[in-house]
Design a protein around this ligand. Structure first.
Ligand code: UDP
Ligand code: MN
Length: 318
C-alpha cells in the first residue's frame, strides 16, 4: 500500500521540481530581459546613428596637430588619440615643435593603433618666435611653423593620391582642446570647395563663439566680442577646409607677419568669404568642441628632487 502511494507520488514530485525550475528560470530570465531592454534603450539614446555612419564612411579628415614637449604632452596626446581611435575616417598629421620627431610620440602612435593612419613630422619654431619662460602665451604666434609643415605634407600627399578628384577635409586640431566624436561627423559633411564652420565653446572671452546665420541659413558673421573687426573672427577649432581649396590655393598658409588673432583670417582669406561658409552642427546650435586649456602643473617638489638627483620618474615615461 505504502509502496503504491510512493510510486504514485513520484510523478507528482517530478512535476513539482519542473514547475519550481520553470518559475525560477522565468523570474531570472525576465530579469535578464529587463536588463537587456534597459541596455538597448540606453544605447539607442546615446548612439547617434547618423554620426556613427559618417565617422565610418565619410571623407578622410586630415587632422593637423602641432605639439611640443612639456610635462602634460603625453596626457594631451593620449586624450586626442582616444578620440581619433573612435573616428575611423580621421588621418592624424602630428607635427612636433622640435628638431626631430620623438620616441614619446612614435610610441604613443604605435600603442594607440594609429600607425596606419597617421604621420609624424617635426618643424621647430625659430628661436626668435618661440615663447620664452615668462612670456604670456598670446605674445607670439603658436603653431605657425608646424601647421605650415603639415599643409606642405598634405598638399603633396593629396597630389599623389587622387588630387582634386578625391574629396577630403583638412582640420586644425590643437592638442589641448576637447573634441566630441560628433564633431567629425559634422566635418564629414563639408562639401567640395567649401569651408565648414560651427560654434566653439569657451573661447574669445565667451561661453561660445559662433557663426550668426540668417533665416535662410547663410552665415552673416560671428558673435565674437574679441577683435570682431577681423575678416574671420573665429577660432582655429571652429572651421575645416575642403581639400580642393587647399590644392587650388597653394599660397594659403599661416604667417609670422600677422597681428595676434589673425592666423585664422590669414589662411581663410585665400579660400572663401564669410557668406559662402557652410554652417554645421545643426545650423550652428550645438557645441561639439571646446577651447579648453590645461593648467601648467606645479612641480616644485619635483625640482627639489631633481636637484638631489632623485627625480620621481626614473625609468617611467609620464
Ligand atoms: N604649440 C607648439 N609650440 C609652442 C606652443 C604651442 O607647437 O611653442 C602648439 C600647441 O601644442 C597647440 C597649438 O600649438 O597644439 C596652439 O597652442 P596653444 O594651445 O598654447 O594656443 P592657444 O590655445 O592659447 O591658442
Ligand atoms: Mn590651446
Amino acid at each position: 500500500m505504502n509502496q503504491e502511494i510512493r510510486i504514485k507520488a513520484k510523478p507528482f514530485y517530478a512535476v513539482l521540481v519542473i514547475l519550481a525550475f520553470l518559475i525560477i528560470y522565468s523570474i531570472s530570465s525576465n530579469r535578464d530581459c529587463g536588463d537587456e531592454e534597459q541596455i538597448k534603450a540606453a544605447l539607442e539614446q546615446s548612439l547617434n546613428r547618423e554620426a556613427f555612419h559618417l565617422n565610418q564612411k565619410g571623407p578622410t579628415i586630415y587632422a593637423i596637430t602641432p605639439t611640443y614637449a612639456r610635462p602634460v604632452q603625453k596626457a594631451e596626446l593620449t586624450r586626442l588619440s582616444h578620440v581619433i581611435r573612435l573616428v575611423p575616417n580621421v588621418f592624424w598629421v602630428i607635427v612636433e615643435d622640435a628638431e626631430n620627431t620623438s620616441q614619446l610620440v612614435s610610441k604613443l602612435l604605435k600603442k594607440s593603433g594609429l600607425n596606419e593612419r597617421s604621420v609624424q613630422l617635426s618643424a621647430k619654431t625659430p628661436t626668435n618666435f618661440k615663447l620664452q619662460g615668462k612670456d604670456p602665451n598670446w605674445s607670439k604666434p603658436r603653431g605657425v611653423e608646424q601647421r605650415n609643415k603639415a599643409l606642405e605634407w598634405v598638399r603633396k600627399h593629396l597630389a599623389e593620391n587622387g588630387g582634386r578628384e578625391k574629396h577630403s577635409v583638412i582640420y586644425f586640431m590643437d592638442d589641448d582642446n576637447t573634441y566630441s566624436t560628433d564633431l567629425f561627423a559634422e566635418i564629414s559633411k563639408i562639401e567640395r570647395n567649401k569651408v565648414g564652420v560651427w560654434p566653439v565653446g569657451l573661447v574669445g572671452g565667451l561661453m561660445v563663439e559662433k557663426p550668426v546665420l540668417n533665416r535662410d541659413g547663410i552665415v552673416l558673421g560671428f558673435n565674437s566680442e574679441w577683435r570682431p573687426e577681423r575678416p574671420f573672427p573665429l577660432d582655429m577649432a571652429g572651421f575645416a577646409i575642403s581639400s580642393d581649396l587647399i590644392l587650388d590655393n597653394p599660397q594659403a598658409q599661416f604667417s609670422y607677419e600677422v597681428e595676434r588673432g589673425y592666423q585664422e583670417s590669414e589662411i581663410l582669406r585665400h579660400l572663401t568669404i564669410v557668406h559662402e561658409m557652410q554652417p554645421l552642427a545643426n545650423k550652428c546650435t550645438e557645441v561639439l568642441v571646446w577651447h579648453t586649456r590645461t593648467e601648467v602643473p606645479k612641480l616644485d617638489a619635483e625640482k627639489v628632487l631633481q636637484k638631489a638627483g632623485k627625480r620621481s620618474d626614473v625609468g617611467l615615461e609620464v
